[in-house]
Design a protein around this ligand. Structure first.
Ligand SMILES: *[C@@H]1O[C@H](CO)[C@@H](O)[C@H](O)[C@H]1NC(C)=O
Ligand SMILES: *[C@@H]1O[C@H](CO)[C@@H](O)[C@H](O)[C@H]1NC(C)=O
Ligand SMILES: *[C@@H]1O[C@H](CO)[C@@H](O)[C@H](O)[C@H]1NC(C)=O
Ligand SMILES: *[C@@H]1O[C@H](CO)[C@@H](O)[C@H](O)[C@H]1NC(C)=O
Ligand SMILES: *[C@@H]1O[C@H](CO)[C@@H](O)[C@H](O)[C@H]1NC(C)=O
Length: 535
């Protein structure tokens, strides 16, 4: 923490000397290329912290303890069951940034959440990666290397006599930290009936009010992106039931049926019958709906290599099949590599911002397996996603893109010839995956080029999406002004974009991804770092 404190002082003097902001905008930094021509690495880290603080202050003032801020109208939205998704998702970012005041605002909230009650359907997947992930990560940090960031004693506010009920909700540090684990168990216990199906594959959408579920097939990512959170909870709590119910569900993904749902070794279909555990199709790839199943195969090996070697073997199959069958070079730009999607063995020249985590995941796999082939391929994919950023008017990559030369929309022919892809969904909703992959690329190579790419992306995103009290999604990355705002700030802005943008400029620490492949921490798909087993 010593460095963070001195960095703040250094950065404050940087701001006051270099920026001379007008007084009334000092809380509202306009992060534009012009102002931050070539700031040092420490200065960049501080600018990211400032963006985090501004986002948090907008959320805390206008939306807390609701799920998300609408920064234009300064109102709130509850898209994640109203338990304070942005607060829980922001915790591990506030921790790694050393923002003690924000850490304790969040710690005061978490014991008061009633995870058994909500009026809207609960997504097992989203709840696991955001709420469980956020609390478990907070617990790992606050019972470990960042335990000094929880206040020793929370004092009642001065006006507590006028508001005795509020003062009752304040807890001491130990109680607030213990509550992270207790509330994780409460939440997992509330969710666990979803696994009570004939196959053991859970339903994804649950109705807590009458313990029912939406009876529809589950998906590869929504089943295959639970194991890291539930296994960590099992290990922290000593209740291995949390792991065994998820391992049972995952067993159908490791040995998929029918055989036709695995068009190439390790690459699977999408929808899964919850009654018998069989796949219903053979379409997929590394994009939304299937993506983080592959991500977690190698991350489980990072988490506990002895227990999860089968997961590693399945990742290797998927990675090798992807290199052999999905690697795709656009006709007008053979220098670029994207990963295609598929339906059976038919290749679909289509990808997405969500899929841009793939480069980082290949790099992580290459580091931990000590195999340069995967690292090099991952760096090619990182380069491809970088091209989707540098091609647009805002310098931000689109939500979805394609490179099928026979289907280029007439108005994008020139764009396609120049850039090697055309835009099939033009919005940007504060997604992290490209910066996430820059982070892995930088950790693996130490090449400052990736820090520059992350900085350019961060500057483009913050200067285009800033409006009202914070940042929000935009409608068109390929018009200079971003084509309109969505008035909605996703909680993963706090958890992921700001964390990876910060960590790529931050000092060495145990929780940073390790260049030698020996990691003490592993990040869940929402960028919440967990201690690995036995560390
Ligand atoms: C940020 O600053 C730039 C350059 O001074 C200016 O063109 C732009 O309008 C500003 N944006 C906002 C949101 O204030
Ligand atoms: C362990 O977790 C399971 C799954 O949520 C729960 O049903 C069970 O009550 C827990 N056991 C204990 C001893 O807490
Ligand atoms: C549970 O409640 C939802 C809506 O509140 C309703 O649509 C559904 O039919 C109920 N399910 C059962 C099994 O009662
Ligand atoms: C799922 O499997 C069950 C049992 O084999 C079957 O009755 C049901 O029709 C299947 N559902 C779908 C959507 O195929
Ligand atoms: C790395 O992975 C590639 C692709 O699976 C394989 O051909 C190669 O033998 C591996 N290299 C090492 C050193 O394990």
């Amino acid at each position: 923490m010593v460095r963070i404190k001195s960095l703040i002082l250094a950065a404050l003097s940087y701001f006051s000397s270099a920026l001379s902001l007008p007084g009334d905008t000092s809380g509202d930094l306009n992060v534009s290329k012009k102002r931050y021509d070539s700031p040092s690495i420490d200065e960049r880290a501080q600018v990211v912290v400032d963006a985090f603080r501004m986002s948090w202050e907008g959320y805390y003032k206008y939306a807390f303890p609701h799920d998300e801020l609408r920064p234009i109208t300064n109102t709130a939205r509850d898209s994640r069951n109203g338990w304070g998704a942005s607060a829980v998702d922001a915790l591990s970012t506030a921790l790694v940034m050393g923002q003690k005041d924000i850490v304790n605002q969040i710690l005061d909230h978490i014991p008061n959440i009633d995870y058994t009650t909500t009026s809207t359907d609960v997504s097992l997947f989203e709840t696991t990666i955001r709420y469980l992930g956020g609390m478990i990560s907070g617990y790992d940090f606050l019972t470990g290397p960042l335990d000094d960031l929880a206040d020793k004693v929370r004092l009642a506010p001065l006006d507590c006599s006028r508001n005795p009920e509020k003062s009752l909700t304040l807890h001491t540090q130990k109680e607030n930290v213990d509550a992270l684990l207790a509330q994780s168990k409460n939440l997992a216990n509330a969710l666990s009936y979803g696994f009570e199906t004939p196959s053991g594959i859970p339903y994804n959408l649950l109705n807590f009010a009458n313990r029912s579920y939406i009876d529809e097939p589950n998906g590869l990512a929504t089943v295959g992106t639970l194991i890291l959170e539930w296994k960590r909870l099992a290990d922290l709590s000593g209740n291995q039931t949390y792991a065994s119910i998820v391992e049972k569900a995952e067993s159908y993904l490791l040995r998929p049926m029918p055989a036709s749902s695995e068009p190439w070794p390790g690459l699977l279909g999408f929808r899964i019958n919850v009654t018998n555990g069989e796949f219903l199709d053979a379409r997929g790839g590394w994009g939304g709906g299937t993506d983080s199943f592959y991500e977690y195969l190698i991350k489980m090996f990072v988490y506990d290599p002895e227990h999860y070697s089968e997961y590693r073997d399945r990742w290797i199959l998927a990675a090798d099949s992807s290199i052999a069958h999905l690697a795709s070079h656009p006709e007008p730009r053979p220098d670029i590599t994207f990963l295609a999607s598929y339906d059976g063995q038919n290749i679909i020249q289509s990808s997405s911002h969500l899929a841009c985590f793939d480069g980082g995941n290949f790099i992580l796999g290459g580091l931990v397996l000590k195999n340069q082939t995967y690292i090099n391929f991952g760096l090619e994919l990182v380069n491809g996603c970088h091209e989707t950023y540098t091609a647009t008017a805002t310098q931000i990559g689109p939500e979805a893109f394609r490179w099928d030369p026979s289907r280029v929309p007439p108005e994008q022919v020139e764009f396609f010839q120049k850039n090697g892809f055309y835009i099939s969904a033009s919005d940007y909703i504060l997604r992290p995956e490209t910066i996430e992959s820059y982070y892995y690329a930088y950790r693996a190579t130490s090449d400052p080029k990736y820090q520059d790419w992350a900085w350019d992306a961060f500057v483009a995103i913050t200067s285009t999406t800033k409006i009202g009290s914070a940042y929000c999604g935009i409608g068109n990355v390929n018009t200079p002004d971003g084509g309109g705002f969505y008035d909605y700030m996703e909680s993963f802005w706090f958890a992921e974009v700001l964390k990876y943008s910060y960590l790529i400029f931050a000092e060495e620490n145990d929780w940073q991804v390790a260049k030698d492949g020996v990691n003490k921490w592993v990040f869940n798909t929402e960028a919440h770092p967990f201690k690995v087993a036995g560390s």
